[in-house]
Design a protein around this ligand. Structure first.
Ligand code: BES
Ligand code: MN
Ligand code: ZN
Length: 511
């Protein structure tokens, strides 16, 4: 069975380009440098590259490719691909990651097996300080791995193949002092890319196959041997904890809910901080009695993307051996309109004792997350981050490339945003002004679960805030970013694995 997970490794070679034995040598080329003076690259393909640059066939625009056979007898690579990297001044970690992903996809689509990416061409001076070279190697390795994602598991014919098994980053001139650091960074990037791909694979799974029970089993399997323990609470344990909100959402489905509790507790970690990661695990969101329209409903199989991000980030955290304790909580349920379903207007009581008027059963994510946020506090976390495909309003506000980020205090929101930026998960902070709380007023309960159309992403976050206690807390709304409706040069259409790398990098930062 083919999996969706990309290459088994990304290794670093310190060799000269001519001696790299590979199917294709990928050389990033800048619009405003290499293409103007093709001198260094020109020799490789016996004049073909110089000609393509001179005629404008290849201009070096981002994600443009030019494949050419290698001509020189002293070169061991079979072909070379020039990879457009755009303007030098626009080249940052995000661009490097995407360029690497794009070439990885292009090479896979040509069914080649071995890919060598020339890092030096991207990062300039081969004698870069070790840490810089390592930083670039990590993001390039992330991109190469992300490009290996392809999901053909449920096809029996014309199954797309993951062909690129051998990925190499070439760093000519890397000395013996540099090589171990750069190699480790590449391995780290592979792990982060791989865990992102695992989350994409989960999010792509049909709702009927990935029920709450199956999701929790799959999570436990993914975490086996990673240094993270997985405990699965069933509907009885959930009831015993008084989680009326999570139970309420699950009532419309024949599938019982689950609460996934993941713990990473290295022996030498300090008692504090304890990072708490909470992810929405709605395995299918039909909307409940407040039924969604048919159009686009199929996509609601990915409403557990936040939960998948937590599970797969925990796997990376274990593999990369973070120095702090991390607890993951993923409430899993299916939101269906069965006969036992909660009705609009029903009042539910959460584990914290707060009563909620369910004005709209389609605002189910915040209900489940409320109980999960409460539970994470009971487990002793000191800092909270939740990730959820929470509101269509967030997609309207920020579009498809930027997640909404909300939280308090401001320094914690700013820190998480900064980490997300570096991880390649773009986000923007939305305000949580006290005024918005009014929209959630209920006539008969402590709070209503919806606040009307204005500022829908924010009122969703304001609801969650009520259940985060006094802890530093951030909410990432990934409704706009979890799924691509159209393929990009650097990513296929479908699940993106957003937030996995952000959550995985967080325990390696100071907070
Ligand atoms: N899972 C959806 C949010 C969503 C919408 C994710 C579109 C991805 C794409 C969520 O459970 C939901 O239905 N939210 C409602 C909230 C509303 C009832 C306040 C929404 O956005 O319409
Ligand atoms: Mn919903
Ligand atoms: Zn939902």
């Amino acid at each position: 069975m083919s999996d969706a997970r990309g290459p088994a490794s990304v290794t670093v070679m310190p060799t000269e380009l001519a001696s790299v034995e590979t199917d294709v040598l990928a050389m990033p080329a800048f619009e405003d440098e290499h293409v103007k003076d093709g001198s260094r690259l020109a020799q490789v393909a016996g004049g073909e590259i110089a000609r393509a640059c001179a005629t404008g066939e290849f201009r070096g625009k981002a994600f443009e490719f030019f494949f050419a056979p290698v001509a020189g007898a002293d070169w061991r690579a079979r072909r070379v691909v020039l990879v457009g990297a755009g303007q030098r001044r626009d080249f940052d970690a995000d661009r490097a990651r995407k360029v690497a992903a794009a070439v990885s996809i292009a090479v896979r689509e040509r069914r080649l097996r071995r890919l060598a990416f020339v890092q030096e061409a991207a990062t300039g001076d081969p004698r870069l300080p070790g840490s810089d070279a390592a930083r670039w190697a990590q993001v390039i390795s992330e991109g190469l791995t992300l490009g290996g994602y392809v999901d053909g598991r449920h096809k029996t014919a014309d199954r797309p193949e993951r062909t690129v098994t051998d990925m190499v980053i070439v760093v000519p001139g890397a000395g013996p002092d540099q090589l171990p650091v750069v190699s480790e960074a590449a391995a780290r990037g592979r792990t982060l890319g791989h865990c992102t791909n695992l989350a994409r694979e989960l999010a792509n799974e049909p709702g009927g196959m990935l029920t709450p029970r199956v999701l929790s089993e799959r999570a436990a399997d993914l975490l086996a041997g990673s240094g993270v323990t997985a405990e699965v609470l069933d509907e009885h344990a959930i009831a015993a904890l008084g989680m009326g909100l999570l139970l309420g959402v699950a009532r419309g489905s024949h599938e019982p809910p689950r609460l996934l509790v993941l713990r990473y507790e290295p022996a030498d970690a300090p008692a504090s901080p304890v990072l708490g990661l909470v992810g929405k695990g709605v395995t299918f969101d039909a909307g409940g009695i407040s039924l969604k329209p048919a159009r686009g409903m199929a996509r609601m199989k990915d409403d557990m993307s936040g939960g998948a991000a937590v599970v797969c980030a925990m796997r990376a955290i274990g593999a990369l051996k973070a120095g702090v304790r991390v607890v993951g909580v993923v409430p899993c349920a299916e939101n269906m309109p069965g006969g036992g379903a909660i009705r609009p207007g029903d009042v539910l009581t959460g584990a914290s004792g707060t009563t909620v008027e369910v004005v709209d059963t389609d605002a189910e994510g915040r209900l489940m997350l409320a109980d999960a946020l409460w539970y994470a506090q009971r487990l002793g976390v000191t800092h909270l981050v939740d990730v959820a495909t929470l509101t269509g309003a967030c997609r309207v506000a920020l579009g498809r490339t930027t997640s909404g980020l909300m939280g308090r205090p401001a320094w914690w929101a700013a820190h998480v945003r900064d980490v997300a930026d570096r991880a390649g998960d773009r986000s923007w902070i939305l305000p949580l002004f006290e005024d918005y709380r009014e929209q959630l007023r209920s006539d008969i309960a402590d709070i209503a679960n919806v606040g009307g159309r204005p500022a829908g992403a924010i009122t969703g976050a304001m609801f969650l805030r009520e259940f985060a206690g006094d802890l530093p807390w951030v909410h990432m709304d990934i409704a706009g970013t979890a799924w691509l409706d159209e393929a990009k040069p650097y990513a296929p259409k479908g699940p993106t694995g957003v937030a996995v790398r952000t959550l995985a990098e967080l325990p390696f930062t100071r907070f």
